[in-house]
Structures are given as structure tokens and as C-alpha cells.
Design a protein around this ligand. Structure first.
Ligand code: SF4
Length: 223
């Protein structure tokens, strides 16, 4: 296996990846057959690398880019409602320079945080297959090797949590919102994913969401 030298070389590898045929076709098709509301916008339509502060202590693991969010804008949690929630709360707690995430050139800078995902290509219905998750897991593994200062891993949703536990080979505890446990050098914290299904139904309220980041800050201070 090729040794990953830097985050730049890893990100280049991710961007050019076509290991999952179903997803490679899907993201290309979504980019070609745009939805009406974005019909005049260019779509990125490629796998997404992570982004943020390479010296960060906090790693945020999402599920996958959204078909018309990250797959359109070219950056994770950018241009959709999940991204709105993620960036607003990160700004509130001092992890982001601005409270919005609209496009790759919007000036957003992350402080002490790096954002990534279990799967780098938008999957149909936000549901990657087991094979796709396993195939893409190597990139998360590589990121953890390269990002040397990570001490707190925030998993957004059960799929991100399962993927993180699998790569770290953790015998996992049951997934739940705002739970924390230690594994080796990492403190792992779990949250419901800030998807529309969760935020619009009240399964994840703003107060619950913000409380996760209050806890994350405390955990970082302890490490
Ligand atoms: S999901 Fe991951 S492994 Fe599969 S094609 Fe996309 S980047 Fe490659």
C-alpha cells in the first residue's frame, strides 16, 4: 500500500477515487441532471475530501456529502441545511470564522476542527451500502494517521459512529445522543445527525445540538 505522505496527497487521491461504481455513476448523474432550484449552478460532482485545520484537536465525522449540498458545492456540509446547522453551531462555539457555509470560496475557516465523513461520494437516499462504507473507510483511517493532534472525535449519526468504531476496532457501545467514551488516545462523542429529518421533526433541537459542542469544548480542554 502506498504510504500517505500528506493531507494534500490523500485529498488528491480521494478526489480522483472511483472505487465504488454505483456512487461514481450516481454523483456524475446528479451533477448532470440538476434539480430545478440549482439548474444554473455548476455542480462539483466528485468525491469530497475533508477540510479544516490540519492541526486540529477535534475531528467531526459526518455520514456522506448530500447530493445537492456537498456534491454541488464541492465542500462537506456546504450548501444545505445540515451544513447550516454545523457551521452555525461551530461559529457559536469558536470553531468557525463565520456562521454560514455556502460555497467553497465563502471564506469559512475552521479553528481547531477538521470535518470529514464516513463516505466521500453522495449516496442515493443518503444510504451507502456496507461495501461502500468498507471501501471508503481507508480514507478516514489515513486521515487519523495524518492529523496527529486529534483527541476528540464527534460522530454525527449512527453510520458515522459505526464507521469510526470499525476503523479503530472498538467494541462499540450502543449509539445514543451526546454520549462520551474514551478509546485509546481519543475521546469519542456521539450526536444525532443534524439532517432535516432530525432537525425539522424535533428529534434534534438547537439546544441539544449546541450542548454537544459545549461538551466538545470541555473535552478538548481536558486533553
Ligand atoms: S465512496 Fe469513497 S471509496 Fe467509494 S468511490 Fe467515493 S471516495 Fe472512493
Amino acid at each position: 500500500m502506498t504510504r500517505i505522505q500528506s493531507i494534500e496527497s490523500l485529498n488528491k487521491k480521494i478526489t480522483n477515487c472511483k472505487k465504488c461504481p454505483r456512487l461514481a455513476v450516481y454523483i456524475r448523474d446528479v451533477a448532470k441532471n440538476k434539480v430545478r432550484r440549482f439548474k444554473d449552478e455548476p455542480y462539483y460532482g466528485k468525491p469530497l475530501s475533508g477540510f479544516g485545520d490540519v492541526n486540529a484537536k477535534l475531528l467531526i465525522v459526518g455520514l456522506a456529502p448530500a447530493a445537492h449540498g456537498g456534491n454541488r458545492t464541492g465542500r462537506m456540509f456546504t450548501g444545505d441545511s445540515s451544513g447550516d446547522w454545523v457551521t452555525k453551531v461551530m461559529h457559536k462555539h469558536g470553531f468557525a470564522s463565520i456562521p454560514t457555509s455556502i460555497s467553497r470560496d465563502d471564506g469559512l475557516i475552521l479553528y481547531d476542527a477538521y470535518i470529514t465523513a464516513a463516505v466521500r461520494c453522495a449516496p442515493p437516499q443518503n444510504k451507502p451500502t456496507r461495501d461502500e462504507l468498507e471501501t471508503c473507510a481507508t480514507y478516514l483511517q489515513d486521515e487519523l494517521k495524518i492529523l496527529k493532534n486529534i483527541s476528540v472525535i464527534l460522530c454525527l449519526g449512527k453510520i458515522a459512529y459505526d464507521a469510526t468504531c470499525n476503523i479503530l476496532k472498538i467494541k462499540q457501545e450502543k449509539f445514543g445522543h451526546n454520549k462520551v467514551f474514551r478509546y485509546d488516545e481519543y475521546l469519542i462523542i456521539t450526536s444525532y445527525h443534524p439532517s432535516k429529518q432530525n432537525t425539522q421533526t424535533g428529534r434534534l433541537t438547537w439546544m441539544q445540538w449546541s450542548a454537544v459542542f459545549t461538551k466538545v469544548k470541555k473535552l478538548i480542554q481536558k486533553t
